[in-house]
Design a protein around this ligand. Structure first.
Ligand code: AMP
Length: 218
């Protein structure tokens, strides 16, 4: 099964993808994570992407479709994929069709996380992760049980994304509205879009997504 999680920055795509990976053994392909890793490693792709990402604009379609193709090639045929943060433009949606059909895969569901945009800035600027295991936290909504200690691994180092500041978030939202939201009608026309309330508690959102994957929800 291959699915796309769609929604504006802060909608919970990464959080939900991580839960589906843990519960269903699917593979999360997050272009944002892959680009951040490239920036950290100082690869040629990372060097090209760094300033663009810091501004909140989109990295070129060629770069992201290239890394998705490579990531798909590294998987075995039976592994289900969750696309998180890709595609983000009509050109990427077109590339994805070819990337999938070349590998005898098809898209089963596009799940849109529907959120109240006013809440997103607060969600994003407060979020941080454990530097060791990647567990996600939030200053207001989801603090570690013991301040400064990761619930999952006991790590004491945390990090915040360079682009999770209010100014960059506004640009990322504008990019979503201008370039990503318009790809939904393409998938809608194929009847594969399902909408989930992304403002519900995290576990409820996961349940709603799983019901869709299990064919228990229209
Ligand atoms: P994300 O982690 O999905 O919020 O992505 C962080 C940043 O990486 C975005 O603001 C873009 O600069 C870049 N990025 C991630 N995925 C894509 C994509 N599919 N197309 C273009 N740029 C992307």
């Amino acid at each position: 099964m291959n699915i796309i999680l769609l929604g504006p920055p802060g909608a919970g795509k990464g959080t939900q993808a991580a839960r589906l990976v843990a519960e269903r053994g699917m593979v999360q392909l997050s272009t944002g994570d892959m680009l951040r890793a490239a920036v950290k490693a100082g690869t040629p792709t990372g060097l090209k992407a760094k300033a663009v990402m810091e501004s909140g604009a989109l990295v070129s379609d060629e770069i992201v479709s290239g890394i998705i193709g490579e990531a798909l090639d590294a998987l075995s045929a039976g592994q289900g994929v969750i696309f998180d943060g890709y595609p983000r433009t009509a050109a990427q949606a077109e590339s994805l069709e070819t990337l999938l059909s070349d590998r005898a895969r098809k898209l089963d569901h596009v799940i849109e996380l529907v959120v109240d945009e006013d809440a997103l800035v607060e969600r994003i600027v407060g979020r941080f992760t454990c530097a060791n295991c990647g567990a996600g936290y939030h200053d207001t909504f989801n603090r570690p049980k013991v301040d400064g200690v990761c619930d999952s691994c006991g790590g004491t180092e945390f990090k915040r994304r360079a682009d999770d500041n209010e100014e960059t978030v506004r640009t990322r939202m504008a990019e979503y509205r201008a370039k990503t939201a318009p790809i939904l009608p393409i998938y809608d026309a194929r009847g594969i879009v399902q909408r989930v309330d992304g403002m519900a508690p995290i576990a409820e959102v996961t349940d709603a997504i799983e019901a869709i994957l299990d064919g228990k929800s229209a």
